[in-house]
Design a protein around this ligand. Structure first.
Ligand code: GAL
Length: 381
């Protein structure tokens, strides 16, 4: 192989060998990765990244082509596999946009099941699509022009008055049972969760639980550690970065406000020192054009286990994954913010995400206790 190619390969490899939050990330074809509000699935040693395909869509800013898929075996280098679910036109405005897709492999059927939010001008609802392979194609459960059969407002599966905003799926690693967590928007019905049916395409209405009452929370990401469920949410600021809030509970549909920790606000862990001001109150106002002020200029979308982490290791057990939205940018609808997330081994309710301009799964070490690394104390305060 000529020398120049080797040099080029070395440069390319190093380019993909670290996470650089807020920069445009290229796929293996050299194009900006276009998968916003992503959901991640590890299946058979391969990572699947599903997200809204929106780069270059302007204006109006928020339409998309559907759900894009990228795959990787190391989380640094991503190959584009194309659109696995196409956006659709329907008689209602719900079909314009597909946001925050999340995919699980359903324990009951072995099928791949995607839940995705229809971001509409008025109402927001969740659609469900399934596929026999993680690479798709995914097909809507129900009618292509009205895929909201499962969870439609006024439908048989949930009480009137709910509206599905940002949502996520999570599978209990111990039982394989799957849950949907979502933001309701009408009648102050709070943040809620429900267990999915055995085929993961519907909900069990009897499991409907209000996880906490605060209405202005969205962008959920759920993870499981130390026999606890953690529910990470952002404030509601549209595309602008905002504060984050983290709840924890012993069961998947436990009361995320009621762990018994001594915190009258119900915030069990706060990125900013608690209590966290409510949105639009002093200290938590819109901070447009000032990325980094809140949550490192990001809004959460997923929290993924670090494959290199082993119990007792000082490495980050999880990767905080988020979007830094720039809906008016013609090249990229937004960049990605992936940062190391640590849990204090002495106190599972202490969680920190650290800013790292560039980091790897094998080199960010815990800021807690004796394991604190010399340069690892940067955080948002
Ligand atoms: C946020 C949501 C994003 C996007 C944005 C549009 O509430 O988390 O996914 O929908 O609003 O303003």
């Amino acid at each position: 192989m000529p020398k120049i190619s080797l040099l080029w390969l070395a440069a390319e490899a190093s380019c993909f060998a670290a996470f650089r939050s807020g920069e445009i990330w290229l796929d293996t074809d050299g194009n900006p990765i276009d998968a916003h509000g992503g959901g991640f699935l590890l299946d058979g040693g391969v990572y699947y990244w599903y997200g809204s395909a929106r780069n270059g869509m302007s204006p109006p800013c928020c339409l998309d082509r559907g759900v894009n898929l990228y795959t990787s075996t190391d989380l640094y280098s991503w190959t584009h596999r194309g659109l696995v679910l196409h956006a659709f036109n329907s008689s209602t405005d719900n079909g314009l946009s597909l946001e925050r897709p999340k995919v699980i492999r359903c324990t009951g059927t072995g099928q791949y099941v995607m839940w995705v939010r229809g971001s509409a001008l008025a109402s927001q609802l969740l659609a469900v699509a399934t596929s026999d392979a993680p690479t798709g194609p995914f097909r809507f459960v129900g009618d292509q022009t009205d895929p909201f059969r499962t969870v439609a407002r006024g439908g048989p599966n949930f009480r009137a008055g709910y509206q599905y905003g940002d949502a996520t799926l999570f599978q209990d690693p111990r039982t394989g049972r799957a849950y949907v967590y979502w933001r309701t928007r009408w009648h102050q019905t709070g943040f809620r969760g429900m267990e999915l049916t055995e085929d993961c395409t519907d909900v069990r209405p009897e499991s409907d639980t209000q996880l906490f009452a605060t209405p202005n929370r969205e962008a959920p990401a759920v993870f499981f550690a130390n026999e606890r469920f953690y529910l990470w949410v952002s404030g509601c600021m549209g595309w602008a970065p905002t504060t984050t809030h983290l709840y924890t509970a012993p069961t998947a549909l436990g009361c995320f406000n009621c762990s018994g920790l001594n915190n009258s606000k119900g915030w069990l862990v706060g990125w900013q020192p608690p209590p966290i001001p409510e949105p639009n109150q002093s200290g938590n106002q819109k901070q447009r054009n000032r990325p980094g002020v809140w949550a490192f200029g990001s809004q959460s979308t997923f929290i993924l286990a670090n494959p290199l982490y082993r119990k007792g290791s000082a490495l980050a057990p999880f990767v905080y994954m988020a979007d830094r939205w720039t809906p008016k940018n013609n090249v990229s609808f937004g960049t990605y913010v992936w940062l190391p997330l640590f849990i204090d081994p002495q106190n599972a309710s202490r969680v920190r995400v650290l800013w790292r301009a560039s980091w790897r799964l094998d080199n960010a070490t815990s800021p807690f206790g004796a394991r604190r690394a010399p340069n690892s104390s940067v955080s948002v305060t």
